[in-house]
Design a protein. Sequence first.
Length: 232
Amino acid sequence: MLLAELEVFHSRPIAPTRRVALGVAVLPTSPAPGFGGILLGGIAAAFVPDMDPDLLDDLTRLTHQLEAGQRIPQPRLRHRFQADRVGLSGHRHRLVGTGEELRFELDRSGTPAPQVLGAVYAAARLDPEHRGAVFGAVRRGLRWRGEVGPRLVEHLSDERSTANWSTLGGRDPVVWALAVLGLPPDTAERALVQARFRELVRLAHPDHGGATDDAAQRINELTEARRILLHR
């Protein structure tokens, strides 16, 4: 049974201007992240290992900007996102259900970066109510290094495995990150961010009095806040 589907179009890698567009997008998100979020996270996990590592920081930042509903100047990550699909080659990715098992059917013939960008831009088109959870699944996919199979499905479905800044403090990731680390709005020094992060992680650890039940979530939030501030 087909549960979710996304079609990604892109130009040839040798084209002077690399382009990305979306086609069919069947991405149910309820209950969040839904089958749509699992598919998008699966696409990210499958293709990100083959991307240029120099693009990964900008890619993660792009997910936060799109989650916040920000207008994105083009091109990004050496690709221009557009509506027109003329002259572009298409690749279809699906999540299917067979009994109680979920299985990814991904077209691996596509160039990696456009597939991941397609998943990210598709997540940005989803309704705001579920967008945060879906982007959380996408970012979990970006960090995954392993088989694209049942364990990945479980990983993508677990909202506890990553902090979701949009539901914890506002629509601006930098504002949220500064608040999590308890830093003033104009903080820009990397050394200060790092020092504050290390201090708060130490305090959050159960060995230093942190609440055992909340330690993992708190450390995830601190780690995400540091990443945002160091790569803005």
